[in-house]
Structure formats: structure tokens, C-alpha cells
Design a protein around this ligand. Structure first.
Ligand SMILES: NC(=O)c1ccc[n+]([C@@H]2O[C@H](COP(=O)([O-])OP(=O)(O)OC[C@H]3O[C@@H](n4cnc5c(N)ncnc54)[C@H](O)[C@@H]3O)[C@@H](O)[C@H]2O)c1
Ligand SMILES: O=P(O)(O)OC[C@H](O)CO
Length: 420
């Protein structure tokens, strides 16, 4: 990990690059589109702060963070944030985490168990979250004092959560969404960060990346990308809040690009799972990933011409696609679906295999398909369309290869779709 960290610094930090060893064009390659914002927490370490003595007094000037969500990734996000909140002066020690309350098989409430054991025994067993994490089942209470809100729930619950938060959050609150997914409304597709911004009237950045939560929970090295619209200072603050030596965060000015990467890779992961279930091999899986990446970029650029190509080379792009297609939950459940010849539904398999955790890829495939049908783009996106058809049982899993490459290829010239 130390090697990776120094490599990261040498790539990201202009001061560590010798002018003799690197030319101007390669420098601009690293710095033209992405902003290196990793900040060593040592700059503003709290003296004497530790889980044993974290305080809640004299904090009026400090940012107070609430994590809305406490699933697998939500719990890891709370752990990352809690460790930095204890170290950094500009943050209040306590990190509140809203828990969608449930009763465990032991008869205890999940929130009580988290607060007693400091572990989310259902969604992240075996990992201490940090004693400054306070689980709270009351959504309104959890967000009341926060001026930094981290949204991290399965995307299908966000519309209801936003509705119940209208008028309940502080006027000066900043938000970030870690949620990979989108909604489709009558007016068209709506990214989750837009839903949050529009319903609550607040600014919302995004954080996406190659981030399998269980690996970050045990502090294995990974990277992430913050997407921001126009306020670089806020992006810096989010980067600071999440960055640790094992979690390297970079910010890019491309909210839609970052969020669409995180959202669409889940559809490709379902396709990769079908390939695995049918034992088609690595070359086929690589082909599906390449076609999927091409469709991700084309779809993103058709929806938002501002989306940058460079975003697809950040952690949120190709890196997330790779990790998801190798080790994610969408891949795993889609593999089981294909092994069963499509005879057991995704809902069944999800409930059995994930025990409360939620897949995003199947519903995202449906949402993407709605957009494609509505806009007359189905022919342009054979892989996305085929994944949806297989998920709903209209095509067999084997169609993933037969159908994904049978139609005209799509190329993008200056943001518009063209055949080649
Ligand atoms: N788990 C990962 O490795 C990972 C990594 C990066 C991003 N993400 C993304 O983060 C988001 C959240 O994923 P996660 O892994 O934290 O969650 P998860 O899959 O573990 O989902 C379970 C969560 O949903 C909650 N829930 C169930 N019913 C609910 C309801 N009706 N209303 C509100 N909440 C309800 C549960 O209490 C639990 O907290 C998703 O968009 C996912 O794609 C996940
Ligand atoms: O387990 P998945 O398929 O939901 O993917 C998890 C993360 O999004 C990987 O970055």
C-alpha cells in the first residue's frame, strides 16, 4: 500500500515531478482535467483527539456530517468519515448515521446494536465503525444539525427519502451522493444528485469509484472520484473528508459524467455476470466490458454533452467498471441467474444471496431501457437493451453475446451519436 501511495503522490503532485524527467504535455495530461486535491490530514490534526475523548463542545464553527444510509457502503463511508472527523479540526467529532430501522433475528433493533457494539452487524459485520459514529433511526433528527449530508442508500429509496426531508435540512447544507443509480420521470432521466438538489434546494456533488465496500472496510488501497459542478472549494472539502492513505480521492468538474459512470457500470456488470454464468471465458467478458464502456460513454454524452472523455479514465470510469465486473454483487447475482437458465428471478436470488443488500443493475437496466425506448435509441445501445430483455425473461442469458454486437456500432463525434 505504501508503494501505491507514493506512486499516487508522484503522479498527482506537481511538486514531486522533476521538470527534467517529465515534459509539459505529460504534465498537462495529469492535470488538465482533474484536480489533485488529496490533502494530508496532518495539516490540521486535532491534538489529543481520540475515540475516548471526542468532544461535542465549542463546535459552532465546525462542519457537522450526517450519513444518510447505513447499508454495506453506507457503513464503510461512515467509518472513513468518522476517522477523519476525529483528526481534522474543521469537522465536528460526532458523525451521525441514519439507519433504516429493522429488527434483527435476535429481536434487537439494528440501531441499538450498532450503538452498543459500534458495528453494523447486519450490513458490515466484523468492522468497527469508530466510536464517534452515532446511529439514529429518526431521519429528521439525524439531519437537523448537519451542514454536510452524505447520501448513500440504494437508489430506489431516494425519492421517498428526499420527500420526507423537504424543509427539514439546514439552509446552508452541502450534500454529496455516493448512490449509483438514476430515476426516470415523465420529463426524462433524473440523476440522483439532481433529485437531491431539486427536491431539497441544495448543492450536491457526487463520489463514485472502484469501491467494493468490503475491501475498503479492511483498508485495502483504492481510489475514488468526486464530481463537482462549479464550486471547487466545496469539492476540496469533500475530498478532505473522505481521503485516507488507503482511500485516495480526486475531484473532477463533471458531476454528470462521474455519476453516469457509477450508474451505468452496474448494467455492464449484469452482462459480465451472464458471461460468467455461461462460462464463456475471459475474452468474452473483456469484449462485453469494452462494448459496455463504449455504450456508457455514448449514453452519457447523448444525455449531457458536457460529459468529458477524461472522466472515463478516472476511478469512477474504467476502474469501477473493472472491479464491478470482477467482484461486485451485480455480477455475482447475474452469474447465478444465468446458471439457473433465467428460471429464478433476480428478486429471489437477491434476497437469498445478498440478505438485505440491494442490487442496482437490474432496475438501472430497466430505467436505461425506458430512456432508450422513449428517445428512439434502442438500436444504438444493443448491450444495454439486451441486458434488460434478459432480466425480464424476454431473452435467454446467451443472448448477451448474440445480441450485443449484432447491430450497427456507435461512434461519437463531438458529442453527437453517429454510425461508423
Ligand atoms: N456496497 C458497495 O460495495 C458499494 C460501493 C460503492 C457504491 N455503492 C452504492 O451505494 C449505494 C448504497 O449501497 P449500500 O451497499 O450502502 O446498501 P445495501 O445494498 O447494503 O442496501 C441495504 C440498505 O438499504 C436499506 N433499506 C432497505 N429498505 C429500505 C427502505 N425502504 N428505505 C430506505 N432504506 C432501506 C437497508 O436498511 C440497508 O441500509 C448504492 O447506490 C450502491 O450502488 C455500493
Ligand atoms: O457490488 P456492486 O455490484 O453493487 O458494486 C459495488 C461498487 O459499486 C463497486 O464500485
Amino acid at each position: 500500500m505504501r508503494l501505491l501511495s507514493s506512486l499516487y503522490y508522484s503522479l498527482r503532485s506537481p511538486s514531486s515531478l522533476s521538470p527534467k524527467s517529465i515534459n509539459r504535455s505529460s504534465l498537462s495530461f495529469f492535470h488538465s482535467t482533474s484536480l489533485s486535491l488529496f490533502m494530508a490530514p496532518a495539516f490540521e490534526d486535532k491534538t489529543g483527539a481520540s475515540p475516548e475523548n471526542f468532544s461535542t463542545d465549542d463546535v459552532s464553527h465546525k462542519s457537522k456530517v450526517t450519513v444518510v444510509g447505513s447499508g454495506n457502503w453506507g457503513s464503510v463511508a461512515a467509518k472513513l468519515i468518522a476517522s477523519n472527523a476525529l483528526k481534522l479540526n474543521s469537522f465536528h467529532d460526532e458523525v451521525r448515521m441514519w439507519v433504516f430501522e429493522e429488527t434483527l433475528s435476535s429481536g434487537e433493533k439494528l440501531t441499538d446494536v450498532i450503538n452498543q457494539t459500534n458495528e453494523n452487524v447486519k450490513y458490515l459485520p466484523g468492522i468497527k465503525l469508530g466510536r464517534n459514529v452515532v446511529a439514529d433511526p429518526d431521519l429528521e433528527n439525524a439531519v437537523r444539525d448537519a451542514n454536510m449530508l452524505v447520501f448513500v442508500t440504494p437508489h430506489q429509496f431516494m425519492e421517498g427519502i428526499c420527500k420526507s426531508l423537504v424543509g427539514k435540512v439546514r439552509g446552508d447544507v452541502e450534500a454529496i451522493s455516493l448512490i449509483k443509480g438514476m430515476e426516470v420521470k415523465k420529463e426524462g432521466p433524473c440523476m440522483i444528485s439532481t433529485l437531491i438538489s431539486e427536491q431539497l434546494g441544495i448543492n450536491c456533488c457526487v463520489l463514485m469509484g472502484a469501491n467494493i465496500a468490503n475491501e475498503i472496510a479492511v483498508e485495502k488501497f483504492s481510489e475514488a472520484t468526486v464530481g463537482y459542478r462549479d464550486n471547487r472549494e466545496i469539492a476540496e472539502k469533500w475530498v478532505q473528508l473522505f481521503s485516507t492513505p488507503y482511500f485516495m480521492v480526486t475531484a473532477v468538474q463533471d458531476v454528470e459524467g462521474v455519476e453516469l459512470c457509477g450508474t451505468l457500470k452496474n448494467v455492464v456488470a449484469i452482462a459480465a455476470g451472464f458471461v460468467d454464468g455461461l462460462e464463456m471465458g475471459n475474452n468474452t467478458k473483456a469484449a462485453i466490458m469494452r462494448i459496455g464502456l463504449r455504450e456508457m460513454r455514448a449514453f452519457s454524452k447523448l444525455l449531457f454533452s458536457s460529459v468529458k472523455d477524461s472522466t472515463f479514465f478516472e476511478s469512477c470510469g474504467v476502474a469501477d467498471l473493472i472491479t464491478t465486473c470482477l467482484g461486485g454483487r451485480n455480477r455475482k447475482v447475474a452469474e447465478a441467474f444465468a446458471k439457473n437458465g433465467g428460471k429464478r428471478s433476480f428478486d429471489d436470488l437477491e434476497a437469498e444471496m445478498l440478505q438485505g443488500q440491494k442490487l442496482q443493475g437490474v432496475s438501472t437496466a430497466r430505467e436505461v431501457d425506458e430512456v432508450l425506448s422513449h428517445r428512439g435509441w434502442l438500436e444504438l445501445f444493443p448491450l444495454f437493451a439486451t441486458v434488460h430483455e434478459i432480466c425480464i425473461g424476454r431473452l435467454p442469458p446467451s443472448a448477451i453475446v448474440e445480441h450485443s454486437e449484432r447491430k450497427p456500432r456507435l461512434s461519437l463525434v463531438e458529442g453527437s451519436a453517429q454510425y461508423y
